[in-house]
Design a protein around this ligand. Sequence first.
Ligand code: FES
Length: 499
Amino acid sequence: MSRWLTVWRAAQLVGVSRGALQQRVRLGELTLSDGRVSTDELLALYPETNLADSGMLERVAQIKEEAFGRRVRERLLPSQEVLAQRIFSQTQELADVRRYLQRYHSLVVDIGRRVKLLRHQPAADGDLRELEHFIDRGLAQALATEQADPLTVMDDMLKVMMAQVTVRPSGNEFCVEGHDTLLQAGLRAGLKLSYGCGNGTCGMCKVRVIAGQVAKTQAFDYPLSEAEKAQGYTLMCAHTAASSELTLELLEARGPQDIPMQQIVTAVRAVRNLAPNTRLLHLQTPRSHRLRFLAGQSVTLGFARSDGSDVHGTYPVASCPCDDRNLHFFIEEHPNDPFAKALFSDAIASGLSVTVHGPTGEFVLREGNRPLVFAVCDAAFAPVKSLIEHALALDEAPSLSLFWLATRSDGHFLENQCRAWSEALDQFEYELTQDPDPVAGARQVGRAMRADLFDIDCDFYLAGPQAFVSALQEELRTAGVPKSQISSHVVAEPVGETV
Ligand code: FES
């Protein structure tokens, strides 16, 4: 019998992205009913998911050799306590189903017995005989041993290893794996959650549990009132999912307008050369204060020199909000950028305190599931890297294409990252272009896009100097791309500010 699964769960089971399944729905190859897809149609589309045609035990043995088996082995298991709770709730569910089945079976047998008695009475007619046969046939069918649907078996197995969380009212879903807290898992899945300290002190990650159970992962100081506890409120940063399915009520940020300005003193974790004039600055926020921002946004960095002067610079964050306490920046050397000058003169080194103020900027992912196209010039790859990581976490875009123009010979300083994405992900492709002139380079990128993307309904994200962004905007508008599908981030020329 077919079972109905959410798109998220179905994608997990057959090992493809949600975007790929949604694309199949759009093409009419898969039916979506009430947000769910049937295991029958799924198996027809992905027959390799069928582990074997033989019995259950053989199937379990074969799991070791199958792709699903690999996916299972790659997963981190939750703590023993959480695992025990999930197995317990699964077993309880199974026991309930078994009890109901036994009762239904007894009821049907009883009805059959009564019909038989009635049929032997003188007034019995053909209808009763027909009913008796109907019940006998039905029972025989119900008792016939039929192979369990492999997707159902796999789904039950995955449920123990990782919990599925549904968020109300947005309907978003994410999974909790290993020792992750609900907050870590939600951020990893690209959700725009509210949080502050990350260690149970501020109460900003408070949510209401509507269905399912949670387990505490760490002690917390934030005082939940008795009334809040009675209503099911909990802290996402201090709990994980104890049941295989959990429904939470929480408000996610809709966009940059919902993210408050913050000021955090961070520590320099590392400085690394990416290219002769581009450095990676890796900052780490304190354990008790994480930066809340959206992928693609910028922050202002500042530090105090020994002479008391402050040095500032505003840069896009290159890492994903899901990267816990880590903040990455790609900073280019520039004579008018005092912060960059300090970085390249090694005045900014491991252990230094750097103040982060922000976030700012509207260059964030739009809602929707169109293919995503990114075009960047030089170090403007930073906000795009953050957007790509966010899009991959959301797993909703059917495809991601990156066009990276370098105006210098060493401009593609993270080519290996692009190669790694493209090797690991079917839906990611990239093209590197070189031209010393950003406008001529933008035209080249436009031509490359025109080759296969202008006819598709895509969302475009452009980042680079004004000349590059303007030239590409013109290309896209000429090709008929609506303005609402183009987002731009212009890298401002540093003006040199030391206070
Ligand atoms: S209590 Fe501060 S983020 Fe959870």
